[in-house]
Design a protein around this ligand. Structure first.
Ligand SMILES: *[C@@H]1O[C@H](CO)[C@@H](O)[C@H](O)[C@H]1NC(C)=O
Ligand SMILES: *[C@@H]1O[C@H](CO)[C@@H](O)[C@H](O)[C@H]1NC(C)=O
Length: 240
């Protein structure tokens, strides 16, 4: 009897536990505001992208970023309660500050081609800025831009206007140059970018590359460049 009663108690607690878990994992709120309604860009946003789609995209981007960073528990993740997005007239295509993502309505107005796909990619990049660690403010900013574009690349939203893999003069040129270099590093050791981001939680050093891959970042960059140079020679050799 006592045993049965115990089972009953345990079972009756389960739904409560389930509700608590649900509340913890669904804590992030998403809000999207079109502050450019009535302008060309604001109208294009409404007709080709939309508030609902943007909210869903921010939510999918968030899950994707957690998986790329291999963050499964609340303790692993940055504590963010809400993400807001604003479509408005600003000086850049997009930027993020204080968990608020701003997307330029004029960029939307003049983007040639599939603007929905482009802004989806932009949102993956900007949402990464919200969730990534930045070495407590000491990280190389171009590296954080490269990580944001690495996430965009892995989500299959790299746009055609990006440089090609193997391009660039420095590993920390930022954006797509750094993103493709990080992809090369991540191919050497699957999970490298997750580990790098983890190390950036409290500080930053270029030595993180050596600690994770056994080669300095400069050595990795020259290996990477050499690989693309030899691919090029190979292709030329076949053509000539
Ligand atoms: C970031 O990269 C740009 C080139 O893309 C370069 O001019 C700038 O010096 C770099 N910034 C840092 C902090 O390395
Ligand atoms: C990394 O590996 C993937 C899958 O094999 C490949 O498509 C991609 O080109 C590689 N990236 C780099 C920068 O070498």
């Amino acid at each position: 009897m006592a045993h049965n009663k115990m089972q009953y108690l345990v079972l009756s607690c389960l739904p409560t536990l389930a509700v608590v878990t649900l509340q913890v994992t669904q804590a992030v709120q998403y809000e999207v505001n079109n502050n450019a309604a009535g302008t060309t860009g604001g109208n294009r946003f409404d007709s080709e992208i939309g508030v609902d789609y943007s909210k869903q995209t921010l939510e999918s981007a968030t899950s994707f970023i957690w998986s790329i960073f291999r963050q499964s528990t609340e303790a692993d993740k940055k504590s963010v309660q809400s993400i807001q997005m604003f479509v408005s007239s600003i000086n850049y295509p997009a930027y993020t500050s204080d968990n608020k993502i701003y997307v330029n309505s004029e960029y939307i107005a003049s983007y040639p081609g599939d603007v929905k796909r482009e802004i989806t990619g932009v949102l993956y990049h900007e949402a990464t800025h919200i969730w990534q660690w930045n070495g407590d403010g000491n990280a190389n900013v171009n590296l954080t831009e490269g990580i944001a574009d690495f996430v965009r690349l892995k989500a299959n939203y790299a746009p055609s206007h990006w440089v090609k893999p193997g391009a660039g003069d420095r590993w920390d040129e930022g954006y797509a140059v750094t993103a493709y270099f990080l992809d090369y590093c991540n191919n050497l050791s699957n999970g490298f970018v997750a580990d790098l981001n983890y190390k950036m939680r409290t500080g930053y050093s270029d030595d993180f590359f050596f600690e994770l891959l056994g080669k300095t970042v400069d050595q990795l960059w020259s290996d990477y460049k050499a690989q693309y140079a030899s691919n090029y020679r190979l292709i030329k050799g076949l053509v000539d």
